[in-house]
Design a protein around this ligand. Structure first.
Ligand SMILES: [Zn+2]
Ligand SMILES: [Zn+2]
Length: 250
């Protein structure tokens, strides 16, 4: 029990917002609620002249401060937002608390190392070939069209790290969702939620390499959804072989 609680708290992430709150606040722990367990929030003093970002009323009673981003809310408002969910997104900074799960439809993800293939700008190392397959189906009563997608990552440290993160994102059903295609305007199709490199070359305008900012950008995108590397050996543990397969069914 204690172990699982620890794990949950360690999964709380905050990629971007260290400096939101500069004021010093008197806080004390909020006793053992699910909200506390998931967000690591603290009880705070009332805040004169400040409003709760959820209900827009004065923060004059039962104020709590979120554990990582330090934003302030009414406890009841956060409790209501959390509901029965296992995760919560701060509506001010989008910081994720707990384990975010998406609504990706059933599909499969495969990856393999192709030692002789090259991404432009990485002349000496092979390429991880990532393949996604989603078949047609029905989600929440709506028929949607599946898709097959291929993406590439160079076999460098950063590339492997991103692959491990993408595997995690897939398991949390975050990588794709059913929506409207930005490129074709087609409705009810399986679309990307996370940027992938679908070409080996041609640079950013061709969704390819080289792109100096890509690794940083995609890791930020993933971190915003709570997908981060949590231990040193996580990358090697996630990518155990030169081939891998995850199959996801609701
Ligand atoms: Zn409120
Ligand atoms: Zn926040």
């Amino acid at each position: 029990m204690e172990q699982s609680k620890k794990r949950k708290l360690s999964e709380i992430t905050n990629p971007t917002s260290e400096s939101h709150q500069t004021k010093r606040l008197q806080t004390k722990p909020v006793g053992g609620s699910r909200l506390q367990e998931i967000t690591n929030c603290l009880q705070a003093d009332k805040q004169d002249g400040e409003t709760c970002p959820i209900c827009l009323c004065d923060l004059d009673t039962d104020v709590v401060q979120l554990g990582t981003c330090k934003h302030l809310f009414h406890r009841d408002c956060l409790e209501a937002q959390l509901g029965e969910s296992d995760w919560l997104k701060c509506c001010v900074c989008q910081c994720i608390y707990g384990l975010m799960k998406g609504d990706m439809p059933p599909g499969e993800m495969k990856w393999r190392l192709l030692p002789t293939l090259r991404c432009e700008g990485y002349p000496d190392i092979g390429v991880w070939d990532v393949f996604y397959n989603f078949w047609d189906g029905t989600l929440k009563g709506v028929k949607y069209k599946g898709t097959k997608r291929r993406a590439y990552l160079p076999d460098c440290e950063e590339g492997k790290k991103v692959l491990a993160l993408l595997i995690k994102a897939f398991e949390r059903r975050i990588t794709f969702s059913v929506g409207t295609s930005v490129t074709t305007g087609q409705k009810n199709v399986v679309v990307w939620n996370i940027h992938h490199k679908t070409s080996l070359d041609g640079g950013p305008s061709n969704y390819g390499y080289p792109d100096e900012e890509y690794f940083k950008r995609v890791q930020e995108e993933l971190a915003q959804r709570g997908v981060v590397i949590e231990s040193e050996d996580e990358v090697s543990k996630t990518i155990t072989n030169s081939v891998g397969h995850r199959y996801f069914l609701i």
